[in-house]
Design a protein around this ligand. Structure first.
Ligand SMILES: [Cu+2]
Length: 146
């Protein structure tokens, strides 16, 4: 391959990737006493999400309620986790010791349609048990972005 070809390809890839890198926004989900502040958070693909003030809390994704192929997370107590949200879609998470208080939340990455939300809600209804069903209250409030 000629050097000019390589340079041209680098320039094309940079033109595609750089605007995404530059525009990635940072979001913080702060733990309150018994609830996450911003329990329903909408972010763009590539944005960064960081939990904060997690001293007596944790954040763990809910199995089966993150996008297919996405990376699950399970923060330790007191850990200000920054989950990697590489896949578009809806991520449900809980604070394990405080699920019963409704200390749960959802992160919506990228665009979701009314159909996407309806399918996700049905999956949640079919799979969530016990206090995890507190998530349904949050899932019911997700609004379509397209
Ligand atoms: Cu908690």
């Amino acid at each position: 391959m000629k050097i000019t070809n390589i340079l041209a390809k680098i320039m094309i890839v940079s033109a595609i990737l750089l605007p995404n890198l530059v525009s990635a926004a940072d979001h913080v989900i702060k733990a309150g006493a018994r609830a996450f502040e911003t329990p329903i958070l909408y972010v763009a693909e590539g944005d960064n999400v960081q939990f904060s003030n997690m001293n007596s809390h944790n954040s763990a994704s809910v199995e089966g309620l993150i996008p297919e192929g996405a990376t699950a997370w399970a923060g330790a107590m007191g850990e200000n986790v920054a989950p990697k949200l590489e896949k578009a879609g809806i991520y449900s998470y809980v604070c394990v010791p405080h699920i019963g208080f409704g200390m749960v939340g959802v992160i919506v990455v990228g665009d979701v349609s009314a159909e996407d939300i309806a399918a996700y809600k049905q999956k949640a209804i079919d799979t969530l048990e016990g206090p995890f069903r507190r998530l349904l209250g949050k899932i019911n409030k997700i609004k379509p972005t397209i």
